[in-house]
Design a binder for this molecule. Sequence first.
Ligand SMILES: C[S@@+](CC[C@H](N)C(=O)[O-])C[C@H]1O[C@@H](n2cnc3c(N)ncnc32)[C@H](O)[C@@H]1O
Length: 235
Amino acid sequence: MTRLSIRRLTPELLDALPAMDRRAIGSRRDLVRLNRIMRHDAIMAGVLRAGANTPPRTMLELGAGDGTLMLRVARRLAPTWPRVAVTLLDRQDLMTDATRAAFADLGWRVKTIQADVFDMLTAASSDVYDAIAANLFLHHFEGAALRSLLAAAARRTPLFAAAEPRRAALALAGSRMIWALSCNDVSRHDARVSVEAGFKDRELSEAWPTDEAWSLEEQRVGPFTHVFSARREVT
Ligand SMILES: C[S@@+](CC[C@H](N)C(=O)[O-])C[C@H]1O[C@@H](n2cnc3c(N)ncnc32)[C@H](O)[C@@H]1O
């Protein structure tokens, strides 16, 4: 058994830091750069486009952070997916006025919800979304928590898309090199533990609920990314 055979969850430093902490601000800036380097905006836009039969009118992102990843996804999709109402959920309230304005410039309506993902998804609300996305988020959870998160998401959407760290030696090596990009200590720690908590093979498909007919796809994309999508089959 190698070090990466099984998932290992270690708390991420960024999750424990106050939003305005200097190291947290630096780490979120690093995250924006790392998402760009890994091309997660293009990857997420591609997975959503491939999974949607028609352009969504409503979308939800889980663990959306400062919203800049979804903004870059929106820039790619807006020419063919106009006037999407996108809801960004995160435990922290991180979106700037500039990001909000940039969504508006694209013609997308953006709403933020500051809440824990479980509280939001299991609330007695009947809100449903044409698509739900998660970027670098699902790896925070394992076991029963991961399965119940995915089951709650499945009840609220016919299309779920995730881009997560790939649990592989090359990705781990990459996470150890980000000092060369001047990433701070928080980012260096969190990048490594994210890979160790990341996914491979069919791990997300196996955690997805089985009570309805879903078309599931799961694969590596590039050296660092593990992609999962679930589309409810139309009967
Ligand atoms: C690694 S960051 C990714 C942010 C964003 N998706 C991106 O790619 O830039 C993970 C985010 O998940 C949020 N988060 C972690 N646990 C959460 C929970 N239980 N409920 C809601 N948000 C959570 C954190 O606040 C953080 O913004």
